[in-house]
Design a protein around this ligand. Sequence first.
Ligand code: UGA
Length: 438
Amino acid sequence: MLVSVIGTGYLGATHAACLAACGHDVVGVDSDPGRIEPLEHGRAPFHEPHLDELLDRGVRAGHLRFSTDVHDAAGAEVHFLCVGTPQRTGSRAADISAVHAAAAALAPLLTRPCLVVGKSTVPVGTARELATRLRRDAPAGEDVHVAWNPEFLREGHAVEDSLRPDRLVFGVEADEDDQVLRDVYVEMINGGVPVVRTDLATAELAKVSANVMLAARISLVNLLAEVCEAAAADIGDLTTVLGLDERIGPHFLSPGVGYGGGCLPKDTRAFVARAEELGVAGPAALLRDVDAINMRQRARTIDWTVALLDGRVQGRRIAVLGAAFKADSDDVRDSPALDVAATLQARGADVVVHDPKAAANAARAKPGLRIADGVEAACQGAEVVLVLTDWEEFRGIDPVSLLDVVARPQVLDGRLTLDPHKWRAAGWDFHALGRGAR
Ligand code: UGA
């Protein structure tokens, strides 16, 4: 099948590479030449494990092309829309202008029957609006069909999540559109991946609802963590107990500095905004609290750090380990780690940050921040060390040798990454969000 993928961020680039790996001929289109240039050479413009191999294979085999010109998408039987839908400036709602711009650019090129498939996370109701516009503006008119096929991939696991998803969701208006999507994903379906067929609106909601449930779960566990601190209990042991309950399960129970990234924060807010538009404002207040509890984790981390420095941060050396919003990613969008580091620096602290992969993006996002290229360099002379991203590398830090580097052996673990017994035994004043009293 000839397939186009419009928008080559994390979602689009991975989707394009995976479709090519499934045997389709794929053209990826993005208006940003900075993204297209490395992709044309089989390289991802961001850190994502295993994606380079897949891109390289697809490009070399001639099944995968990239272009900045949307005309190169003309002629495809299926067009996937994978553009970003960030939070709108000055509002909680999602900015879906890129989705409409992509559809507007595509419309005049749709001269033959085709299926336009949305993958971007959008407010419910967008797909129907898009279908009306495309049928009005495309030369093929009623022969342009629209479907919604949300993507549930996680950064850092994008390739495995795309090639072996938990489920495929096909939001369609006709049997023939369902069949086209079954043909696109035939390999995965034959491999046992379940398909749920829905209407357009349910498919749109499927994505944002999953993210909202994950966000709520994290804020709930962070609420439990704060109660643990107040009650001198241990959130690590508590989540082990909870995770063994089959109805609860062990995933997404890690407390700490909270969720970040390009998805959970903005999707939770966009869901509230859309629910309010739909007249469901009262119950949606629950998600305002989820967001508030999440932001509270950053404030609590900062307050705790200030307390460890006896109430004064001006000129004090603080090491921040982690800048990415989570491990195995170089993404710093809405990163709790970077936010905490930048806020402490803005208050006058002498902050040095280290992240194994996100240093360049952190420097771009916060040009004034000092970045070190190793754990020891970041901790040199520090009076407190904050661990704010759950990198495996930080788990393995030797607390004994780090003692020689810091000015004061105080550590605050914001991700339950470190072993408290090991650090305390080495002589550190050890603190962790959710672990006992200060
Ligand atoms: C999330 C969803 O997990 C994906 O299913 C979805 O496709 C994606 O958003 C999206 O909308 O595109 P992602 O943003 O890559 O994926 O990251 P997650 O692994 O969900 O983590 C989100 C944040 O929650 C991170 O900051 C992470 O550190 C934090 N987190 C995660 C916790 O604080 N505790 C946990 O137990 C799990």
